[in-house]
Design a protein around this ligand. Structure first.
Ligand code: 5GP
Ligand code: ZN
Length: 113
């Protein structure tokens, strides 16, 4: 499949991988917007959040758990951070494979859109 995040999970494209299990891969964003900018990506190719089935919804909880663990490892658990899921064109999603952004390490703007 011609998907950059599937290729990273398969080891076909290099990435700075920080965590991996049977459900997900987490790695540093190639174009970080803050000192910590990680992506948490399910192994399953689900293009858009809007396509997540009810049966798959617990996957998001697992990904949030990983994000919280990684925030601790990055030393931003206390200072704070932001999780973002973009969905679709107007949601600003550029890579059509579901992912959570974990962003922190500086004061973030209070603008959300
Ligand atoms: P989106 O706009 O789809 O929510 O975010 C996609 C993110 O993926 C962007 O922040 C972009 O910098 C990141 N990205 C795109 N291609 C690559 C890549 O090949 N490697 C890594 N590590 N990040 C990527
Ligand atoms: Zn994919």
């Amino acid at each position: 499949m011609d998907c950059v995040f599937c290729k990273i999970a398969a080891g076909e494209i290099p990435a700075d991988i920080l965590y991996q299990d049977e459900k997900m891969t987490a790695f540093r964003d190639i174009n970080p917007v803050a000192p910590t900018h990680l992506l948490i990506v399910p192994k399953k190719h689900i293009p858009y959040l809007s396509q997540l089935s009810e049966a798959e919804a617990s996957l998001i909880g697992d990904m949030v758990n990983t994000a919280n663990q990684l925030a601790k490892r990055e030393g931003i658990s206390e200072s704070g951070y932001r999780l973002v899921i973009n969905c679709g064109e107007q949601g600003g999603q550029l890579v059509p494979h579901l992912h959570i952004h974990l962003i922190g390490g500086r004061q973030l703007s209070d603008a959300l859109g």
